[in-house]
Structure formats: C-alpha cells, structure tokens
Ligand binder design. Sequence first.
Ligand code: PMP
Length: 440
Amino acid sequence: PASPAALSTPALLERRQAVLGKTYMFYNEPLELVRGRGCMLYDAAGKEYLDCYNNVANVGHCHPYVLDALTRQAATLNTNSRYLHPEIVRLGERLSATLPAHLDTLVFVCTGSEANDLAVRMARLISGSEGVVITENSYHGNTTTVAPLSLIDYDIKDKPGWVATVPPPNLYRGLYGQDVNDAGRRYAEHVTQAAQKLVADGPGMAALMIDSIFDANGALVPPPDYMPLAYEAAKKAGALVIADEVQMGFGRSGTHMWGFEAFGVQPDIVTMGKPMGNGHPVAAVATRRDIAEVLQKQTGYFNTFGGNTVSAAVANACLDVLIGEDLQGNAARSGTWLMKELNGLMQRHEIIGHIQGRGLFLGVELVTDRTTRGPAKFAARWVRERMKMLGVLVSSTGPHGNIIKIRPPLVFSLADAARCLETLDRALSEVPADLRTVAA
Ligand code: PMP
C-alpha cells in the first residue's frame, strides 16, 4: 500500500479506521495536524490554528530547548532507573523542592493513569482499607483500578462497591448553590457520608482522590473552604488524600506551581503527568518517605520506562523553560485578562450562563436560558466546530457537554488571548437560533 503520508485526509481516515477501528477523534471532521510551534498548529493543507486546548504542550509545541535536551540525551544514553544517573536525581530534587516538605519521595512512571493507579495502591497499603472516594464526573485514568474512578468516560454499569462518589462542589448547577452561605461545608460533608457508607459496606475508605480543579466538570473551581474541609473529612476517616495534579500542575493556575496550594491543604500523595514532559510520556507520584517505603517493602515497584534517562532530561528541560520564561506568571497575566474579558462578553451574549476556572484553564458554560439554566450542549458543539473553522481550537466538555473549555499551552500571549476572545465572540453571535433553545 501507498505510504499514508501521501494520502488525502479522507483517505488517511479510512486507512486509520481500517487498522485502528472507529475510535473517538476530536471534531466532526477529523483534523490532520502535521506541525506545531508555540501555541500554533498547522494542518495538512497548511491552515494555521491557535491551540487553546492542549495543556500537554505546556511550554509550547516543539519548544527548541526541550527538543535539544531530548535529542542530546537520546543520542547519548537512554536507560532505566535501575542504573545510577544524575538526571533522575536532579529531577526528583527539583520537584520535591516545589512541594511541601513532607512530600520528599518521588516515584516515576509514564502516564497519569499509572500515577493514580500507584497512588491508590499506596493508600490501600497504608490504610488497610480498599475504598476510594471521588467527585462525580471526574476522570482519573484508564487502568483496571482507575477506570472505575473515571465514570465520566467509562460507562461501567456495575460500579464496584469500593468506589463512592460525592457531588462536585458546583455552586452554579449543583446540590447547593450561591443562595446558601455554607455550600463548601455542605459539599464536604458528603465526604464524611461517603466514608461512613464505605465502612458500613465493608471496603472502608483508603483514599480521597481529588482534582485541584474539576476538569471534567468544565474547569470547576470549588468554594474556598471546600478543599480544607474535604481533606479534613477524609483524614478523620483514616484515609489518605491524593491530589490529582495531572491537569492543574506545573503552573497552570497562574498563582501556584500546584493547584492544591491555592487552598492551603496538605495532600499525602500528589500525582502529576501530562504537562510534565510537554508531550513526552513522563509522570510521577510524590509522597512521604514512609509511604514509599511500605510500597517497596511489601510489593516492590519497578517501571521500565518510568523516569528513564531521556524522560528525566526532558522533564528537567521543561522545568527550566517553565521557570526561565516565567510561564506561571504568564498564565496569571493572560488568564486574568481573558477571564475579565469573558465576563464582559457575558453582557452581550445571553447564551453565556456562567464562567469559571482560574489561570489558563477556563470554562464558558452555555445555557438555553439564564433563568432555567438549560445546558446548551448543541450550541456548545456548534461553537466548537465554528471556532475550528475560524482557526481556533477549543473543546466542549462537562457532564452536560455545554461548557467551552479553554486550556492552552502556558506560552499563550495576550494577543493569543485576544484572538481566542474575538473568535468566540464571533462564533457566539452566529449560533443558529434553533440550537440556542435546545437543552442537552
Ligand atoms: N487525571 C486527570 C485529572 C486527567 O485529566 C488525566 C488525563 N486526561 C489522567 C489522570 C490520566 O492521565 P493519562 O492519560 O496520562 O493516563
């Protein structure tokens, strides 16, 4: 057969489906990307797109400094963590220095799923219990252990008895809203109730696994007292708290390196991945020394590719860029500006019901009506597709699919933010009337 590189996009799609099956792809018409630089992506026809979605390319697509570190290390040595090498030591030390002092031990893996899987194993070993509490509509990965903690993506009919869910602390569209003044406390009480249920049912509670921004809930930010109270409830129940930083880690909040820091809480385990290698598969679990030692003593742990020499060099280079280019500061600057302007847009577009998020992770919730708050899922999909046609990539997400998700590489400039805003403004003006009133 001809080389797939020589095929048109529809022919390539056909060949892909023949060999990979009909797996989910972004957009109604799949996008064939061939090149990226900074916040820009280019398709096979040479069209340019502003990437407002890819948080993996945290320091920008194909950053030359990261590429240089990758290729130099790949040309010198790539081997596993059972040999002594300075890169992995340096990476561990640097990451540990950004975390609270008690999180002094790193275990390197390849994906966020592996990190969360291992974190659950650690929590079970330490607590002697099995149960895990998560917020509804969360995503924590794809392994056999963590797929049942990712019910938004995995349609698991019989949720295992060791999984308990609590409502996400959503003040716009949740059990408790802005009309009550103690919503954070009320939401956190569900963690205690979930712990009691897990104890009564047998598994007990090993862990609360919690995002530092509720990504799959469309960049939902909890009320300020929620996290401290939820952490406290979990710890009172004898469970460990696992902060899933796969989304918010590495400066995205604009205010902190790690999302949990914004709430003044102290997790027992922190998991990180996606942005850590800017596209290279590297992830990690940070925890207390006593927890890591129990793991090594009772079951041992080795990961052939986790923290290999090239991965460690890449992750170190990403940290250099993150710090050297002050990308956390950039997330604060561009994110704050965009949030303010999006709030301004609300005055002209009745279809925007609510805006949430922090730093460079923002969610624009579309509604059929501001009073009934009907989720305008079809309008959100239309806006996503229209913005793509106009050269700006965003997604639509959330349990009702009605939230436009903006989560660009952290090199997103003010000019990029302005282009994203203008394109969203235009797409919102053009939403066909019949889609504006249909709820999900
Ligand atoms: N946790 C969160 C919060 C995530 O968003 C993801 C990926 N979407 C994961 C874990 C799993 O990471 P990976 O796809 O690298 O296995």
